[in-house]
Design a protein around this ligand. Structure first.
Ligand code: 5RP
Length: 244
């Protein structure tokens, strides 16, 4: 995980704690997100379980990172298709890379957007926790998603070139995500590659989410527009804003 300042760490912790304290109830089936913000929500759930303030939680972890944190903090977690969860979640709490004025998101900075989207779109309630730096948009109130933080596109390896060409035809610049301290590309938890794309012009995130997923070989992309989240935004003055 990247180095972060104390201020940013405090904002991430505060967003995670507030969302969990406000939304998580006894007996819930929870989707637990991935990243340096979502981890604080997982830790808070673990803390409340350990203190006996929360009971009968069953969770689904969206990545190895989230699974390991569940193990460390004693949160019982199960496969999404297990008898315990049967594909239904009451609430998912996750982070995001960018949030636009309509609460559309970019996710997948940590490469987990495939499972994060399955989880989000099959959850009763969807909560996103971010620090204020993740809130973006043009001055006229329109979306800037796709023009700043790169949108990840997970592709099956055989389609690397064909999908790259199709994304260029949509007007994107395309970069194969490379590993850090590992030579060659990042391989996702599902054995796929990630193409990070960016546009130099404004795009309609809802239309793009749909269009990119229609390219043969694309598994999923990081535009999240079809599930309306409640957003917990932590500000540097210590306040938490709740955006519906
Ligand atoms: C992982 C994600 C993360 O939620 C997103 O990248 C935000 O991460 P962080 O809280 O570390 O900034 O989508 O795939």
């Amino acid at each position: 995980m990247e180095q972060q300042s104390d201020k940013v760490l405090q904002m991430k912790k505060a967003a995670g704690k507030t969302a969990v304290d406000n939304l998580v109830k006894n007996g819930m089936k929870l989707g637990l997100g991935t990243g340096s913000t979502a981890i604080h929500a997982i830790r808070r759930v673990g803390e409340l379980l350990a203190q006996g303030m929360l009971r009968d939680i069953s969770a689904f972890a969206t990545s190895f990172q989230a699974e390991i944190e569940c193990e460390k903090t004693g949160i019982p977690y199960y496969p999404l298709s297990s008898r315990e969860l049967s594909g239904c979640l009451d609430l998912t709490i996750d982070g995001a890379d960018e949030v636009d004025p309509q609460n559309f998101l970019i996710k997948g900075g940590g490469g987990a957007m495939l499972i994060e989207k399955i989880t989000a779109y099959n959850s009763g309630l969807y909560a996103i926790i971010v620090d204020e730096s993740k809130i973006v948009g043009c001055t006229d109130g329109s979306s800037s998603l796709g023009t700043g933080f790169p949108v990840p596109v997970e592709v099956v390896p055989v389609a690397r070139i064909t999908v790259t060409k199709a994304l260029i035809d949509l007007g994107a610049t395309v970069t194969l995500r490379e590993g850090i301290r590992k030579a060659g590309p990042v391989i996702t938890e599902h054995g796929n590659l990630i193409l990070d794309i960016r546009f130099t012009f404004p795009v309609d995130p809802a239309k793009m989410e749909h269009e990119i997923n229609h390219i043969p070989g694309v598994v999923e992309n990081g535009f999240f527009t079809r599930k309306h989240p409640v957003i917990y935004v932590a500000h540097s003055d210590g306040t938490i804003e709740i955006r519906q």
